[in-house]
Design a protein around this ligand. Sequence first.
Ligand SMILES: Nc1nc2c(ncn2[C@@H]2O[C@H](COP(=O)(O)OP(=O)(O)OP(=O)(O)O)[C@@H](O)[C@H]2O)c(=O)[nH]1
Ligand SMILES: [Mg+2]
Ligand SMILES: [Zn+2]
Length: 275
Amino acid sequence: MEGQIVKILSNLYTVNCNGIVYECHSRGKFRNDKVTPRVGDYVKIDIENNYILEILPRKNELLRPIVSNVDQGFIITSLRHPDFSTNLLDKLLVIMELHQIKPVICFTKYDLLNSKEKKEIKKYEKYYKKIGYKVLYNTNLFRIKKMFKGLTTVFCGQSGAGKSTLINKISKDLNLEVGEISLALGRGKHTTRFVQLLELCGGKVVDTPGFSMIEFTEFTKEQIRDSFIEFKKYHCPYKDCMHLDEGECQIKKEVAKGNILSSRYENYKKILTDK
Ligand SMILES: Nc1nc2c(ncn2[C@@H]2O[C@H](COP(=O)(O)OP(=O)(O)OP(=O)(O)O)[C@@H](O)[C@H]2O)c(=O)[nH]1
Ligand SMILES: [Mg+2]
Ligand SMILES: [Zn+2]
């Protein structure tokens, strides 16, 4: 029987086979093969002994959050408590680009901003839209629901950003656990502790635990450069320019002119340096 892993809790794998749910164990074999089943995996199971027999090939896989076979990534970006971080947003956009997952920026907690801060956010919204990304707010429930249809969407973002809250708003009977914000630390308390795939609005949505550490070790500097999608619109005189110390770099000129957001360029340099 084939199905999809929708939840993993310690050693228990919940597998959905056409609407029937089986609680399965994994065989030791996977551990030796260095492949561990994860949420989103399509698997073959032995329904008599409740064992996962085989993991079917993955379309793609993410490490943070740990999930496979996703089409779309909702980057849940809190604007206050936790405060807006262009760095985290740009890192998540890069991760999505690197895995061929369609990113959607979803701002939360706009209601907590004063009017000056709201104006500032509108500038970012305009810029990210200009370069080709979808940007919405967690209050745009009607639009959000339509975007889930026929796709697997992973929610990602730091703890306390409002991932589970948004899913609860969309599906009133789920009652996912949501947490308080630690005001001292300005972030969430890691309320969601496991990855879970849910069927919602004609699609699949994956709620995940919050995180803010993202690594790029498995990717090259060129791959990271090419994931800053607006850079590709400009042409530098140097072939394969990294847009760093090259003198006549067009990207640096566009940053100076204000055509490329300086935070984007700074975050690009930071990712390369920290790598
Ligand atoms: N004011 C305001 N509060 C919000 C909004 N969205 C979420 N919250 C609050 O933010 C807190 C954290 O929300 P959660 O949904 O638990 O956040 P999470 O992203 O699931 O966090 P983890 O599970 O820890 O990764 C809760 O107290 C929510 O009520 C919003 O748009 N505005
Ligand atoms: Mg949560
Ligand atoms: Zn350049």
